[in-house]
Design a protein around this ligand. Structure first.
Ligand SMILES: [Zn+2]
Length: 391
């Protein structure tokens, strides 16, 4: 088919006049020319989005955070989010999550790495919500009831029944999602690490979401939030790193991967992450709480690009790095490949006919593409979404 351009490999290299052939769940062959004219491109085939950090559990509480601080909104003990969720029926929670997941699919997302509250029951509700949609909802669970503050300050460990619950939650999901080092003692962080390592699963943590979270327990425990995450928890995924120095981003990226959520950081008044460094280290992008943000990776990318330029006050040439953070950077962590022969057939097709003429292909997707441009979304060779034909 003429006019098709595919963004292939880790570098999202354009291949013009392209044909993508897939059989079953895998791509068999990608044919095309490395040079071509931008004005002839009508459709773009690109790897589907990996939304690297979400909390779809608060889909029931959209926009409830307005006027609240980070702690007032999402504190696991006394935040408004916890109150709304505990007061909602299971049916309503599942319905709200399912409708968000359907929206995600129509926005080109095939994988979400989700922080799942509510222990084992929370995992079951998440599974129920995603049933049959074909989207890969990777659930990182936690205990149903977080430990009390005094137990943290006394450096107590988990009780046997808590440890058993953690083990089961990790086993039933794809790993554990730690709401923050401030919510656990050093002994507990070590125990969490051991549970996840024993099962060889994912361990993610909110880290340095703000300067306040960095220093909250530093005076009492002698180490700040980053030091406790890096030296004791040792996760695969550091989420936020809004208050991180460039050196801390480098350290975190040598241990795992950094995922930033710039719209969430902005909405909750936490600043803007050191995105140049995070992108340089191959970080990912996530939309965070549905309470705060739409799960729209197009919006996340545009916001990330423009705020990066605004905060650094310098032009930023490598706009493809933003697109990589939304599509290919997190694939190795999930055992997946970019668009290439023998990779899983996970991709989307954008119809960009109406957006022509333009001068930069990657930037067109980052700054202008939106839901109405998504024509087709495929995961493992299965069509998850096809844009209805216009009348
Ligand atoms: Zn989060």
């Amino acid at each position: 088919m003429g006019g098709v351009c595919a963004l292939v490999g880790e570098s999202l290299q354009p291949l013009f006049d392209c044909e993508v052939v897939w059989r079953g769940d895998r791509i068999v062959e990608i044919k095309g020319d490395s040079s071509g004219r931008l004005q002839d491109v009508e459709r773009i085939v690109l790897p589907s989005f990996i939304n690297a950090h979400t909390h779809i559990g608060d889909s029931i509480a959209k926009e409830a955070y307005i006027g609240l601080s980070l702690e007032e909104a999402v504190d696991p003990h006394k935040g408004l989010k916890a109150k709304i969720i505990s007061g909602a029926s299971k049916n309503d929670l599942v319905k709200a999550m399912r409708s968000v997941l359907e929206q995600c699919v129509s926005l080109g997302v095939t994988h979400l790495i989700d922080f799942r509250e509510g222990g084992l029951e929370g995992l079951s509700l998440g599974r129920e919500a995603s049933q049959g949609l074909g989207v890969d909802l990777l659930l990182l669970g936690r205990l149903a009831t977080p430990p009390s503050k005094d137990r943290i300050l006394e450096n107590q460990g988990f009780t046997d029944s808590e440890l058993e619950e953690l083990y089961k939650v990790c086993e039933k999901g794809e790993g554990l999602g730690v709401s923050g080092a401030n919510e656990y003692s050093d002994k507990m962080l070590t125990q969490i690490r051991e549970v996840v390592r024993g099962q060889n699963k994912l361990l993610a943590v909110h880290c340095l979401e703000s300067h306040e979270t960095r220093v909250r327990l530093e005076g009492v425990l002698g180490r700040d939030e980053f030091q406790r995450c890096y030296n004791t928890l040792k996760p695969n995924v550091f989420i936020h790193m809004t208050d991180a120095t460039p050196l801390e981003v480098t350290y975190a990226s040598s241990m795992g991967v950094v995922v930033s959520c710039p719209r969430s950081n902005a909405a909750l008044g936490n600043g803007f992450p050191p995105l140049t460094q995070i992108l340089g280290c191959g970080g990912g992008l996530g939309t965070d709480n549905v309470m705060v943000n739409s799960p729209d990776m197009f919006r996340e990318m545009e916001f990330a690009y423009k705020c990066l330029v605004a905060t650094t006050r310098k032009p930023f040439q490598r706009v493809e790095d933003i697109l990589k953070s939304a599509t290919v950077n997190l694939r190795p962590l999930l055992g997946l490949k970019p668009l290439e022969a023998d990779a899983e057939a996970d991709f989307m097709v954008l119809n960009i006919g109406e957006l022509r003429p333009f001068w930069n292909l990657h930037s067109l997707i980052v700054n202008r593409a939106q839901r109405e441009n998504v024509e087709l979304v495929v995961r493992k060779g299965r069509k998850l979404y096809e844009k209805p034909a216009s009348r």
